[in-house]
Design a protein around this ligand. Structure first.
Ligand code: SF4
Length: 339
């Protein structure tokens, strides 16, 4: 039986799914993917229904990461299995088992590196006088990363190819190499992953977007964001306000009880009054609504550390990540991310 497929320029390996289907024999399956990968839903489902007698449901939920699986939809639909496309299991979940079985189905972009992207990238690296570099990527861009690593190696760079993929809240394995490299190259679509790495690394970060065919300097953009983050922290330090909202994630992988408990304990020790707030999908609109009711002085988000940075930076009161909260209470000057 063929186990590796190509779906709209993505390679999909169905081996783990096939063995799960043969042992679990599910009747109903819920398929879920980030919005950018929902276009391969029907490719996967046509395989499922051609070989197995399965009722397939398609989730509209966004899927911002492997932390964000629609377990509650599978409950309501009485689905036996969730097939999550695009990520491996979330490694930072405090709770590791759900009432529903989840199979993670990473997919791999099969686009090719063209010569103009290659010369733009080497131009950036020469500009930073970089000779030794890491090359890392998201899981979807693993093949592209391998190709770039080969090309840079054959152009005389000393390349440390990072096997473990990055997540928007996990760069420590790349940053750990800061002191032995001159720069980092990261392969990922959009701004999100590259900005995260540039925010926490002391070395220049050059980003390659294989989809937009663009090379860009993530460090200068991250410098602008970092100044804004430090200003938020300064506002909390300078204010006399003691009412703190602690946002607790209700998405499966974003519920972090140990982190919540430790933030709350430290906040109480320092005289803050803590209001615990639950949220499935925190947005500016949701924050405005809860703030209109509770009228707190500042917020700390324990669910996804990117929300304060990417989505809630325009809120009129400071919204901190857990790492920024530790900076607040320890008076540390060094930027801490994510917790
Ligand atoms: S950055 Fe946020 S959305 Fe992405 S994996 Fe981490 S917690 Fe999930």
């Amino acid at each position: 039986m063929q186990k590796v497929f190509s779906c709209n320029n993505y390679e999909v390996n169905l081996e783990a799914l096939i063995s799960e289907l043969e042992s679990l024999k599910p009747k109903r399956v819920l398929i879920h993917a980030p919005d950018g990968l929902k276009h391969i839903y029907t490719c996967i489902s046509s395989f499922l229904s051609s070989l197995y007698s399965i009722e397939v449901y398609y989730s509209t939920s966004p899927g911002y990461g492997a932390c964000d699986i629609p377990i509650e939809e599978a409950e309501v639909l009485d689905a036996d299995l969730i097939v999550h496309i695009g990520h491996e299991e979330y490694p930072l979940a405090e709770k590791s088992s759900w009432r529903k079985r989840v199979i993670y189905l990473p997919v791999f972009y099969m686009g090719l590196l063209d010569s103009s992207l290659k010369s733009e990238l080497t131009g950036f690296l020469y500009g930073f006088n970089a000779k030794t570099i890491t090359v890392s990527s998201t899981i979807t861009d693993l093949y592209f990363k391998e190709e770039i690593s080969r090309v840079l190696h054959s152009n005389g760079f000393r390349v440390l190819s990072v096997e473990k993929p990055v997540l928007g809240c996990m760069y420590s394995h790349v940053v750990a190499l800061d002191n032995i490299v001159d720069a980092h190259v990261i392969i990922a679509g959009g701004l999100f992953h590259a900005l995260g790495l540039a925010l926490v690394s002391a070395k220049p970060v050059v980003a390659v977007d294989p989809y937009m065919k663009r090379v860009w300097d993530a460090s200068s953009e991250a410098g602008r964001i970092l100044r804004k983050r430090l200003y938020q922290l300064f506002r909390v330090k300078e204010s006399a306000g003691s009412k703190m909202g602690l946002i607790i994630g209700a998405r499966p992988g974003q519920y972090r009880p140990r982190l919540v408990e430790s933030i709350e304990r430290q906040a109480l020790l320092r005289g803050y009054r803590v209001y615990k707030i639950s949220s499935s999908y925190l947005s500016l609109e949701r924050l405005i609504a809860i703030d209109a009711s509770l009228n707190l002085d500042f917020y700390v988000v324990s669910s996804c550390p990117r929300l304060p940075i990417d989505d809630l930076a325009e809120f009129h009161k400071p919204v901190l990540t857990p790492g920024e909260f530790w900076m607040l209470i320890s008076s540390s000057e060094k930027y801490v991310y994510p917790w």
